[in-house]
Design a protein around this ligand. Sequence first.
Ligand code: HEC
Length: 101
Amino acid sequence: MRVVLVVVTLVAVLLAGCSDASEGKYGEDLFGTTCAHCHGSDLAGGVGPPLGAGSGAASLTDEQIAGVIDVGPGAMPSFASRLTDEQVESLIDYLRERQGS
Ligand code: HEC
């Protein structure tokens, strides 16, 4: 039984490590569950400003976007205690992909 648990855990860790292709998908899914209700699943904005190509977010550096996600300016909540550095990175990768840069 213990062996099975170890194997299951290993597979989960390997899957979480994963390839570039599924990483993009991970960022997209995370954006969908965490950010899209305010910024729109198409990044066109809503409660929050648009984040896609030509938006203010497109002209921010990765560090600045990470800072925004961390701090949560204005009406945006802070995600510092809810997202890991890796998750924030995946979100930024996803935004960059959609912004075409
Ligand atoms: C509750 C609604 C809400 C959620 C959820 C939310 N945001 Fe925001 N976001 C906002 C608002 C409102 C602003 C504008 C804040 C301000 O500067 O006054 C903003 C600003 C931003 C900006 C800066 C845009 C610019 O033009 O400067 C970025 C980048 C951003 N959000 C990314 C995200 C990401 C990534 C997530 C998911 C982890 C997220 N937001 C979740 C409401 C939200």
